[in-house]
Ligand binder design. Structure first.
Ligand code: SOE
Length: 396
């Protein structure tokens, strides 16, 4: 019988639901070398955690992550908490000999991410694996786009345009959450969704950003604290006597940069893009062609092949659901679309296969550290009026 990987997951928010779906479904669709079992769900509130465990399919629930990582019957720790606890939990889990999957962004600061990358390297020497949850790498469309670029189908990469647009903060009456507090989230749109744009640009092209110039803005500086109001919060404004909390992160981030190869990139991450719900769009222009991906049309890519006769040129929309596309053969027949949740199942599959195959999975904590350095450089640049800031681990 194949060995099982016993998983404990820390965190019970939105990402907890998404990762649970990944762990639950992966062994039912993929033929895994070491099928995961959903053993312990960890959260601070015992009642809510027990209810989430029951709903999402975890065998048991617990309140103290330290007790859980000390257990011999746990092999993998999945961290889906806010960023302020990533470093502490991940380092402790790696030192306890657990394989660790950690949500993005890896940490709240470069200093924390450096410690995590060091712990991951030391653990890897003992056969303990770690990976960052940049889940959009696990979509057939993005993986196929990367393949086309790596195969030279667009020639030399010259420019990348990456934007991640959401609008859930447009309403000044939307309540405070941990995502708006620097001490909990590290940064705002920049780290939450800008980190995906950075990772996707680098994943697709295989290049690294070497310097950036950026601008951050917070448009709404105070927001009502949920549940504190005597009146309701509705339709674009807060009413009643809601207690207000300070927003200490950016609502929007703009930056541009140069990659190590000399290629140029423009980036935008905002939660104020009215009408845009979850729009991660990345377009890569090369010397022979171009590739574009849009998360709101996540089963497709656009491919422009500049080598075909001029009369036939134009962007082609490819539906990335053929069995030969990455991961697809485990799912549905061609043309039967995949969704947001499949990325989490593909990610669970890849992580357990790396563990079982004794290989370092990607993206590594070192990759997460690099993204963290870019985030910090954008912030520094914004404080210095857009001055160029170099990224320590990538030289031109
Ligand atoms: C933020 O709204 C968020 O949930 C991110 O935290 C996720 O990483 C992204 O997948 C969707 O948007």
């Amino acid at each position: 019988m194949r060995e099982r990987l016993r998983v404990a997951m820390v965190g019970i928010g939105f990402m907890g639901a998404a990762h649970s779906q990944g762990w639950r479904v992966a062994p039912r669709f993929f033929d895994l070398s070491a099928p995961p079992t959903m053993d312990v769900l960890v959260g601070r509130d015992p009642d809510r955690t027990a209810a989430a465990a029951e709903k999402w399919g975890w065998r048991e629930s617990a309140a103290d992550w330290r007790e859980v990582i000390a257990r011999d019957d746990v092999d993998v720790v999945d961290i889906v908490t806010p960023g302020d606890t990533h470093a502490e939990i991940a380092i402790a889990a790696l030192e306890a000999g657990k394989h660790v999957l950690c949500e993005k962004p890896l940490a709240n600061s470069t200093a924390e991410a450096e410690e995590m990358a060091r712990a991951a390297e030391a653990a890897a020497a003992r056969g303990i694996r770690s990976m960052v949850g940049f889940t959009y790498r696990r979509l057939p469309a993005t993986a196929f786009a990367r393949q086309l670029i790596a195969d030279g189908r667009i020639g030399e990469v010259r420019q990348v345009r990456a934007s991640y647009l959401q609008d859930w903060l447009v309403d000044p009456g939307s309540p405070m959450t941990w995502r708006l507090q620097k001490d909990r989230a590290g940064s705002g749109a920049l780290g939450d969704i800008g980190a995906h744009a950075i990772d996707m640009a680098e994943y697709l092209t295989g290049l690294r950003l070497s310097r950036v110039s950026g601008l951050l803005e917070t448009f709404v500086r105070q927001r009502p604290i949920a549940g504190s109001s005597s009146g309701a919060i509705s339709g674009g404004s807060s009413v009643g006597s809601a207690e207000m909390g300070e927003v200490t992160v950016d609502d929007a981030a703009l930056f541009h940069g140069r990659f190590t190869s000399g290629a140029l990139g423009t980036f935008e991450a905002t939660r104020m893009a009215t009408g845009r719900k979850n729009g991660l769009r990345v377009e890569v222009s090369g010397s022979k062609g171009a590739v574009a991906f849009d998360l709101e049309h996540m089963n497709r890519i656009e491919f422009y092949d500049g080598t075909v006769p001029a009369a036939e040129q134009g962007f082609t929309s490819i539906i990335v659901t053929e069995p030969e596309h990455p991961w697809v053969s485990a799912w549905w027949p061609a043309g039967h679309m995949l969704g947001y949740e499949h990325g989490f199942a593909n990610q669970a599959r890849d992580f357990v296969e790396a563990i079982a195959g004794d290989e370092d999975p990607s993206p590594s904590f070192a990759d997460g550290l690099h993204v963290q350095r870019v985030l910090d450089a954008v912030e520094q640049s914004s404080h210095a009026d857009g001055a160029w800031v170099g990224i320590a681990d990538a030289s031109e």
